[in-house]
Structures are given as C-alpha cells and as structure tokens.
Design a binder for this molecule. Structure first.
Ligand SMILES: [Fe+2]
Ligand SMILES: [Fe+2]
Length: 143
C-alpha cells in the first residue's frame, strides 16, 4: 500500500466532491438572458466531476485505501462573473495538483500491474479539467 499516493488521491476526491456540489449550487444562482445555456453547461460540468470522483474512488480502492467522504472548501457567489472566476481558479488548481500526483505515481513502488491503468485514468481526468478551463474561458469571452 502506498500511503502518500492514497492520501493524494483522497485529497483529489475531496476536490471533485466540492467541484460537483459547487457547480450545482452555482447553476441555481444564474439569472438573466443567457441563464439557460450557462446553467446547463455548469450542470454538465458537474456531471463530469462526479465521474472523476468515481474514477478516484476506484483507484483508491485498488491501492488498498478507503475513499474519503470529505469535501474540500467551496465558495458561495452572487454573480455570473464571480461563478466563472471562482471555478476557473479551482479548475486550474485541480490541474496543478493532479499533475503533481502524476509525478508521485512515477516514483511509486509496488504498482507493477496497476500503474498504467491509474496513469491513463488520471491523464483523462486532467484532459477533462483542461476542457472545463476552455469552456469557462469561452463563457467569460476570453477565447
Ligand atoms: Fe474533475
Ligand atoms: Fe473540472
């Protein structure tokens, strides 16, 4: 069992729990002319975060750990501008952290038959988060 790796994936799982809840809550704050498409986009992203949480739970279990039920810090917001800024920052922080886990994975001992699977799954999650960054930037009019 690699305790450091399990602990990092549990932190990642808590980030995903927080992201899922935050996107769902923020989707209900939106009002105005473009409310519908922005709401549905945020709910769609929230669904991706739940899928990431599922992946992390199964990786943690594969590593011999117990998936956390904890939730990382979430933020309340009042405007669409704030929603986009807060979540863009969170997505970037998640990407940086997941890249750090990728580095830990490469140094991890005792993962002879699981390593490529975990690596592959984590890279997929990172690519999804990068898509979320692009989607949020698009909504901000930045791309
Ligand atoms: Fe995610
Ligand atoms: Fe995301």
């Amino acid at each position: 069992m690699n305790k450091d790796l399990i602990s990092q994936f549990n932190q990642a799982l808590e980030l995903e729990h927080a992201a899922k809840i935050q996107y769902l809550s923020h989707a209900e704050v939106i009002r105005g002319l473009n409310a519908e498409p922005v709401m549905s986009r945020l709910k769609e992203i929230s669904g991706d975060e739940e899928k990431h949480a599922e992946k992390f739970r199964s990786i943690i279990s594969m590593l011999g750990g117990v998936p956390s039920t904890g939730v990382a810090k979430t933020y309340s917001v009042k405007s669409v501008k704030e929603i986009l800024e807060v979540n863009l920052k969170a997505e970037k922080e998640a990407i940086d952290f997941y890249k750090k886990i990728l580095g830990s994975l490469k140094n991890c001992k005792g993962l002879e038959y699981e390593d490529f699977y975990i690596l592959h799954e984590l890279e997929h999650v990172i690519i999804d988060e990068m898509e979320h960054v692009q989607e949020l930037k698009l909504l901000m009019g930045k791309v």
